[in-house]
Ligand binder design. Structure first.
Ligand code: NAD
Ligand code: ZN
Length: 254
């Protein structure tokens, strides 16, 4: 696949009937939130794949919590970037013809002003009991002694995110697949496209007739499937791409 320039990128109003974007850790990289597979992914000699698992929590819940609190702190100190902002702009232009699906747990899409992103993997600032699933807001928990314990059942409280090897919420993932099947334009942004089932969404969209666009400085398993590939960072590409979409949308209305 040749690399695409925004100016020569060929899309029409027809492609804007339903636009779906899937974002991964890469869109937050320029906000200072490390990706799992890039530099800064390691923590105290541990790979994220060894920490973000039910097995790690079962054997060392305190260490897993310390890692999550460390990540929370980085996220709390960071802000949405031009990529997040451009997707908010896209929602304003296309309204309910735009669906945002994210694998990120950082909540930066919401903080940028996106109303209702489909958060496939949960949110790092939410907590639930590992035994009875009761949810706990932060201000009801004491993080001095880790892990915090459930008031109902004394079970261990964990971050309300989806770990490697765990299933996603059925309704959420079915929703994501349905939207991807209906997409006329699908944007795969800053995701290594290896974590399933999210990685299947661009493939499903392409198989169902969508124009598939990838924004990622590195090659991924879906690069060869994509109709257009932008290799600049998402904070650089998305504002230009959204401007282009806006122009097409305005023209089609006149
Ligand atoms: P990943 O770490 O596997 O891959 C990140 C991808 O982003 C890579 O392909 C990389 O080339 C690309 N990238 C890096 N900088 C970029 C930039 N500036 N612009 C565009 N692309 C860029 O992340 P993933 O695919 O999201 O999957 C890993 C899992 O880790 C997900 O399930 C996610 O929940 C979780 N995760 C979330 C966060 C977060 O919430 N911010 C951070 C790390 C990991
Ligand atoms: Zn409980």
């Amino acid at each position: 696949m040749d690399l695409t320039e925004i100016d020569s990128f060929d899309i029409s109003a027809d492609h804007l009937r339903k636009v779906v974007a899937l974002t991964g850790a890469g869109i937050s990289a320029e906000s200072g939130v490390p990706t799992f597979r890039g530099e800064g992914g390691m923590w105290r000699q541990h790979r994220p794949e060894e920490l973000a698992t039910p097995q790690a929590f079962a054997s060392n819940p305190q260490m897993v919590w310390e890692w999550y609190l460390y990540r929370r702190q980085i996220i709390a100190q960071s802000n949405p970037n031009a990529g997040h902002d451009a997707l908010v702009e896209l929602e304003k232009v296309l309204k309910d013809r735009f669906i945002l699906i994210t694998q990120n747990v950082d909540g930066l899409h919401r903080r940028a002003g996106h109303k209702n992103p489909i958060e496939l993997h949960g949110n790092i600032f939410l907590n639930r009991c590992n035994s009875c699933s009761e949810r706990y807001p932060d201000d009801t928990l004491d993080f001095d002694k880790l892990p915090p314990l459930c008031l109902n059942c004394q079970g261990q409280i964990r971050p309300d995110v989806v770990w490697f090897g765990e299933g996603l919420n059925h309704v959420t993932i079915e929703d994501a697949f349905l939207h991807s099947q209906q997409a006329t334009l699908f944007l795969s942004i800053g995701t290594s496209a290896v974590v399933h089932p999210a990685a299947a969404l661009p493939v499903v969209a392409k198989d169902s007739g969508a124009l598939l666009v990838e924004i990622n400085p590195d090659r991924t398993p879906i690069t060869s499937l994509a109709d257009a590939v932008f290799t600049d960072s998402s904070a650089q590409v998305l504002p230009d791409l959204v401007n282009k979409i806006k122009q097409i949308e305005t023209k089609s209305k006149n």
